[in-house]
Design a protein around this ligand. Structure first.
Ligand SMILES: N[C@@H](CCC(=O)N[C@@H](CS)C(=O)NCC(=O)O)C(=O)O
Length: 290
């Protein structure tokens, strides 16, 4: 097999035409590629994002905060099209030097505060509103442990399993086996935890659930990378119970729609600038079918 015989050269060379699904946006350098200011709307929070699992964590958090009675959590959600390279515009890089969605400007105080990394954004908002983060030391430690578990684990699921199973230009048995095994191990970690407690961090719904659901709930529903059958996700009964429970929450249903650019047009609210947008500005209403 040609891959097994590959000998790395002395010095790695960037091959733009590697044939992978995201070859057009991947590059080995950071920093902006062009000047572009970011728009600013009327609300205290300005979110620059896209409805991928990492993006959904933050839109679910905002919708849950609003549903829980925190009107100060009103937000504008602007669309960042990562396929077109919007994440490399100078304004976006100013908010997130790592050029990845989601990125947040908190304009609720005297000076704007930038926050990047979805886990940091969830923690920032939880602390700001005193919501979805237990305040007793043991509950807080459990919640943060699972939050950081998610941030550290999901790259094996997405960048590892998802990339080699669904996006790589060639199917490499070694890579798919390695990351399928790790993904199943992670699903088992969650399944065992959810046999012990209703929610991830205990008996309360927290930012740990909000972080974990968009990745592992999508996986449990079989929608991520269309790998439900391959990974036999229905076997994880406690994870399935929790997934159905979280998916039914009104804030989660709304949060999953924001900045979404795929699927049923009625589920796509590409930009969100007002609570009423869910009724009036979904894609089926903006571009009705002929
Ligand atoms: N660790 C980051 C990961 C963010 C991330 O990987 N974002 C992806 C979309 S899900 C992205 O913006 N990719 C664009 C790129 O890599 O150029 C977080 O949790 O916020």
């Amino acid at each position: 097999m040609a891959d097994a015989e590959f000998t790395p050269p002395k010095v790695w060379v960037f091959n733009k035409e590697n044939g992978g699904r995201f070859a057009n946006i991947n590059r080995p350098t950071a920093g902006p590629t062009h000047d572009k200011e970011l728009p600013v709307g009327k609300h205290p929070f300005q979110l620059y994002s896209l409805g991928t699992p990492n993006g959904q964590k933050v839109t679910i958090m905002f919708e849950e905060l609003l549903a829980a009675g925190h009107p100060g959590a009103e937000y504008d959600a602007w669309l960042i099209n990562i396929g077109e390279g919007d994440q490399f515009g100078s304004g976006f890089v100013g908010v997130n030097p790592n050029s990845k969605i989601p990125a947040l400007m908190d304009r609720s105080g005297p000076r704007p505060i930038r926050v990047f990394e979805s886990g940091a954004i969830l923690l920032h908002l939880a602390e700001k509103f005193g919501a979805f983060l237990p305040d007793d030391p043991a509950g807080r430690a459990e919640c943060l442990s699972w939050l950081f578990w998610q941030v550290g684990s999901a790259p094996y699921l997405g960048g590892g399993f998802g990339h080699f199973y669904a996006y790589a230009p060639i199917k490499i048995e070694y890579a798919i086996d390695r990351f399928a095994m790790e993904t199943k191990r992670q699903l088992d970690v969650l399944d065992r935890r959810l046999a012990e407690s209703e929610y991830i961090a205990g008996d309360q719904y927290t930012i740990a659930d909000i972080a974990i659901f968009p990745w592992y709930g999508n996986m449990a529903q079989g929608t991520a990378y269309e790998a439900g059958e391959f990974l036999q996700v229905q076997d994880y009964k406690n994870l399935q119970r929790w997934t159905a429970q979280i998916a039914g929450r009104p804030g989660v249903k709304r949060g999953r729609m924001v900045n979404r650019v795929f699927g049923d047009p009625a589920t796509q609210l590409r930009e969100r600038h007002d609570a009423s947008d869910f009724e009036t500005r979904t894609q089926d209403k903006l571009e009705p079918a002929e």
